[in-house]
Design a protein around this ligand. Structure first.
Ligand code: PHE
Length: 474
């Protein structure tokens, strides 16, 4: 296919560069932090199985749909939807859901950077510990040698009690994100993904294999894969759907934006499947890595957002070379987080470039700066504003602090809404021949995809959204 130049004029250098960047966007804190947190809070198996169903029946068709829009549109999400609409005789008003997506991405970025800041803090803690181990002439000893369970767990509390420290970490992470995005698609985003993602996979597999050999997997497998269907309440289904969308970067126009930098070729079906499979495998592997430790040290799987940070250091304490591996491990979570945060910032940034005519640097600075400020409110919610419950009038968010409220509101409401609008637009409004030629799907794959996107997605997402938000209707 002939290269088409878009409004932003930028593009990936190859198909594999796109795949790596898209996997980089998908694999992040969503897999290693949010998935175990929610699976633990929601009682395990039933949540996990429902989540996997959401990924493949709803998420995968949506991945393909978003990439299709971007591939045709060749510009920011709003402009891309407008172009698909124009080529399909549909109303340009549909483009508003690209704007909603950009707002959701912006809001997610605000708290994402705060949580990534926690990771950064642990990189520092483990790095310091490693240096000390080396200084003691025992570079291969376990992490945090001699510290009691209370001391290891207490580190999280120390961090949360210090707004200055939280702010510094948030600032560094957001600054790095901004720096990469300002450099552009090719020199910034693609470069980061192609260097960092392979590193991430090697270490993830290494640590998991190690854990499987020395750890006790029995209880974890029972917890993660034995469903107790009575736990599958509408609220749990809503979070599982939200998690599937969050993890695949869907509903925020992220893949529309990344798809718009594809200049040539089709074959979008296998590409989409690779993204979904890679992302889901990483989430499950993260679960298999984290829960054995959670159970072994007697932590509560329903501990919430701090679960991962309080459990992992224990594993590294008793592991040979734990100081070294622990340091590398947190470093790699950081890597995964940054390849995702750049995609979150890229959505509104592309919007500013494409729709407002701003320069890349200015657009990235405006949205990155704005998200940084909202993030400050999130981190103050752990200390100075710990009593604040922004949506306390709403039972669904009654207990949620500032960070949890933004996380829950985007995940449970904005992402499903974005997914719903995407599925109706692509399933019913977009020209079918345009979809066929752009995606290169075979006739049977097209038929299956069309059933899922036009029928299953809108119906299932609506039911899950409505019953999740208004459980009293049931
Ligand atoms: N998918 C990313 C993760 O799992 C988060 C993300 C959401 C990134 C939406 C981009 C868009 O960490």
């Amino acid at each position: 296919m002939v290269a088409v130049s878009g409004t932003t004029g930028e593009g990936w250098s190859s198909r594999s560069a796109f795949i790596l960047a898209a996997i980089g966007a998908a694999v992040g804190l969503g897999n290693i932090w949010r998935f175990p947190t929610l699976a633990g809070e929601s009682g395990g198996g039933a949540f996990v199985i429902f989540y996997i169903g959401c990924v493949f029946l709803l998420g995968l068709p949506l991945v393909l749909s978003e990439i299709f829009i971007g591939r045709v549109g060749q510009t920011d999400a709003v402009g891309s939807i407008r172009r698909v609409a124009a080529q399909s005789q549909a109303s340009p008003a549909w483009s508003f859901f690209g704007g909603v997506g950009a707002i959701a991405a912006f809001l997610i970025l605000s708290f994402y950077s705060v949580v990534a800041g926690w990771v950064l803090y642990y990189v520092g803690v483990m790095g310091g510990d490693l240096l000390q181990a080396i200084g003691d002439g025992e570079p291969f000893r376990g992490a945090l040698a001699g510290e009691s369970k209370e001391m290891v767990q207490g580190r999280m509390g120390d961090l949360f009690a210090s707004p200055g420290l939280l702010l510094a970490m948030h600032l560094v992470f957001m600054g790095a994100t901004l720096f990469i995005v300002a450099r552009g698609v090719h020199a910034g985003i693609e470069k980061a993904a192609t260097v960092l993602m392979p590193m991430f996979f090697v270490l993830l597999l290494g640590i998991t294999i190690y854990g499987a050999i020395v750890g006790d997997m029995g209880e974890t497998i029972a917890f993660l894969f034995t469903p107790d269907w009575s736990k599958l309440t509408p609220t749990v289904m809503n979070s599982a759907l939200g998690q599937a969308l969050f993890s695949l970067s869907l509903g925020v126009a992220g893949l529309i934006t990344y798809g718009s930098y594809i200049k040539e070729g089709s074959g979008l079906g296998p590409t989409s499947a690779m993204i979904a499979i890679a992302d889901t495998s990483v989430a499950l592997i993260a679960g298999l890595m984290i829960f054995p430790i959670v159970f072994a040290v007697g932590l509560d799987p329903a501990a919430g957002p701090t679960l991962v940070f309080q459990s992992l250091p224990f594993a590294f304490q008793s592991m040979p070379a734990g100081a070294l591996i622990g340091f590398l491990f947190f470093l790699l979570i950081l890597v995964a987080a940054i390849t995702s945060s750049i995609s979150l910032l890229e959505v509104p940034t592309a919007y500013g470039i494409g729709e407002k005519g701003w320069s890349r640097g200015k657009s990235a600075a405006i949205f990155g700066g704005g998200a940084f400020v909202i993030g400050i409110a999130c981190l103050l919610g752990y200390n100075v504003w710990s009593d604040v419950r922004p949506l306390s009038f709403w039972p669904l968010f009654a207990d949620a602090d500032i960070l949890d409220t933004i996380d829950g509101f985007t995940g449970k409401i904005m992402l499903p809404l974005g997914a719903l609008l995407t599925s109706i637009f692509v399933g019913w409004k977009a020209d079918r021949n345009l979809i066929r030629t752009t995606t290169g799907l075979s006739p049977w794959a097209f038929g299956l995809w069309r059933f899922l996107i036009a029928w299953l997605c809108p119906i299932a997402v609506t039911i899950i959204l409505v019953t999740g938000l208004f459980p009293s209707l049931l």
